[in-house]
Design a protein around this ligand. Structure first.
Ligand SMILES: Nc1ncnc2c1ncn2[C@@H]1O[C@H](COP(=O)(O)OP(=O)(O)OP(=O)(O)O)[C@@H](O)[C@H]1O
Ligand SMILES: [Mg+2]
Length: 222
C-alpha cells in the first residue's frame, strides 16, 4: 500500500459565505503525478493553495507526510519549504533570470557555488541554458513560465504543485515540460498538476481527480 503525502479530511473553504471547496476525503499518494481537472471555478486553484499551505481551510483536517498541519504552529515554515507551487501567472522579480531562479536557494542559505551550479542545471533542464543574465521581465510569456518552472525545480521539493503549466507554451516547450515532469516521481517528487490541456495531462497522470463545484466528482462531465 503506498502512502499518502497529502490527506484531506472534511476540508471546507468558503469565500464570503460561499462554499468553494468541500472535500470529505482526498488522499494524494507520494511519488505519483496526480492531475486535477474540472471546469472554471471548480476550486482547483483553491485546492492547490490549500495543499501549498498558503490558504488555511475553514474546516477540516489537513495532513502532510503524516503530520497534521496547524496554520498557527511553529512548524509551518518547515513544511512549506517542502512544497513548491508554480502559480497560474508566473510572478518574476525585476532582476536577472539567474537571480530569480536562485531566490529560494538564497533563502535556504545555500552556498554560492552550489547555488550557481543548481541554477545552471535547472535552466538547462527547461531549455533556457544561457538565459541566466537576461532580465526576467523582458522575456516572453512562455519563457517566463519556463523560468518559473526552473525556480521550482531548483529547490528539489518533496511536492511540486503546478497550476496550468502548459497554458502559454508552444508545442516544443510543452514537450520539454512534459518530459521534465514525467521524470520527477522517479526522483522522489510528488506532483499535483491542474490542467485543461487534457491530452497532455492524461499522458502524465498516474491518478486523476475531478472537481465540480468544489466537490470530488466520480468522472469528467458528471
Ligand atoms: N480570494 C477569493 N475571494 C473570493 N472568491 C474567490 C477567491 N478565490 C477564488 N474564489 C472563488 O472560488 C471559486 C473557485 O475558484 P478557483 O480559482 O479555485 O477555480 P479554478 O477551478 O481554479 O478555476 P479556473 O479553471 O478558472 O482557474 C470561484 O468561484 C472563485 O470566484
Ligand atoms: Mg485556477
Amino acid at each position: 500500500m503506498s502512502e499518502a503525502l497529502f490527506s484531506l479530511r472534511g476540508v471546507v473553504k468558503r469565500f464570503e459565505e460561499r462554499e468553494v471547496l468541500n472535500l470529505e476525503r482526498l488522499d494524494l499518494q507520494a511519488g505519483l503525478i496526480t492531475v486535477v481537472e474540472g471546469p472554471n471555478g471548480a476550486g482547483k486553484t483553491t485546492l492547490l493553495s490549500i495543499l501549498a499551505l498558503i490558504t488555511p481551510p475553514d474546516h477540516g483536517r489537513l495532513f502532510f507526510d503524516g503530520h497534521e498541519i496547524s496554520h498557527s504552529g511553529k512548524q509551518l515554515t518547515a513544511w512549506r519549504r517542502q512544497i513548491t507551487l508554480v502559480a497560474q501567472q508566473a510572478y518574476l522579480f525585476e532582476s536577472s533570470v539567474e537571480k530569480n531562479v536562485a531566490y529560494g536557494l538564497r533563502l535556504r542559505g545555500l552556498a554560492r557555488a552550489e547555488r550557481e551550479q543548481r541554477v545552471a542545471q535547472a535552466l538547462e533542464l527547461v531549455g533556457l541554458g544561457g538565459f541566466g543574465p537576461r532580465r526576467a521581465r523582458q522575456l516572453s510569456g512562455g519563457e517566463m513560465q519556463r523560468v518559473a518552472l526552473a525556480r521550482a525545480l531548483v529547490l528539489r521539493p518533496r511536492a511540486l504543485l503546478l497550476d496550468e503549466p502548459f497554458a502559454n507554451l508552444d508545442p516544443a516547450s510543452s514537450q520539454v515540460f512534459e518530459r521534465v515532469l514525467a521524470e520527477l516521481p522517479g526522483q522522489g517528487c510528488t506532483v499535483v498538476l491542474v490542467s485543461h490541456a487534457l491530452e497532455q495531462a492524461h499522458r502524465l497522470a498516474q491518478k486523476l481527480v475531478y472537481l465540480r463545484q468544489g466537490r470530488l466528482a466520480p468522472q469528467a462531465g458528471q
